[in-house]
Write a protein that binds this ligand. Structure first.
Ligand code: SAM
Length: 218
């Protein structure tokens, strides 16, 4: 079934401006910028709020949750260095916008959401837009061990620490990107698995995410 919304010249123009804005903020990976330029972010909004869709802001999507800010999506996507065919675990499907960007980058995405109403909404919307990820409902702080291991893991909610389960499910050479901190503010953390037992951890800029709620989290 074709998705009910249209992608007209006004939205395409606004998207182009958003890409230029993100480039101005320091996003330099051309593939990430191209992906942002392709995914119609207004499809995730009620038509009343289309004028907000290409602003560089997070926006409420119901159930107290938000669609991530485009800069944050671009920032995390850039850190993942996605290669075509990478098997990527995404924790916190939310609106599914980040999922679409990962798929535009060529990833095979396994995405998990803990809130059933959000999950039900997203499994309808994304395939309707042509993005057929593998969708799961549950606590992603434990990863999805039955489908491990993963080339890349992205967490799109703020965690108190890096869950052990995610480290175990990362392939050697793989990259995990996760915001870590308290419930108000987090540092973006990149973890690279360099051997069976060794990991490199790099702390980057400060962000503010909704909390990762679960067995291995808040
Ligand atoms: N990436 C999304 C986007 O592009 O719009 C935004 C994600 S939103 C900031 C964070 C999501 O993580 C929320 O939908 C929340 O319900 C979900 N979440 C929080 N804890 C979770 C957990 N333990 N497992 C799975 N999802 C979780």
């Amino acid at each position: 079934m074709a998705y009910k919304f249209v992608d007209n010249y006004r939205e395409r123009g606004a998207r182009k401006k958003l890409v230029a804005h993100l480039e101005g903020r320091g996003i330099s990976d051309k593939k990430v910028l191209e992906a942002i330029g392709k995914v119609p972010r207004h499809f995730f909004f009620d038509e009343t709020f289309w004028n907000q869709a290409y602003k560089d802001i997070a926006f409420p999507i119901g159930d107290g949750q938000t669609i991530s800010q485009p800069y944050t999506v671009a920032y995390q996507s850039e850190l993942l260095h996605i290669k075509k065919g990478d098997k990527v675990l995404e924790i916190g499907t939310g609106s599914g916008y980040q999922t679409c960007i990962l798929m535009e980058l060529g990833a095979n995405v396994y995405t998990i959401e803990r809130q059933e109403s959000i999950y039900r909404h997203t499994i309808r919307v994304l395939p309707g837009m042509g993005y057929n990820a593998h969708f799961f409902l549950g606590d992603g702080s434990k990863g999805i061990p039955e489908h491990a291991s993963y080339d890349k893991i992205i967490v799109t909610a703020g965690a108190p620490w890096v869950p052990e389960a995610l480290l175990k499910q990362l392939k050697i050479g793989g990259i995990l990107v996760i915001p870590v901190g308290d419930e108000n503010i987090q540092k973006m953390v990149t973890v690279i698995r360099i051997s069976e037992t060794d990991y490199d951890r790099i702390e980057l800029d400060t962000f503010r995410f909704v909390p990762l709620v679960g067995d291995q989290a808040w």
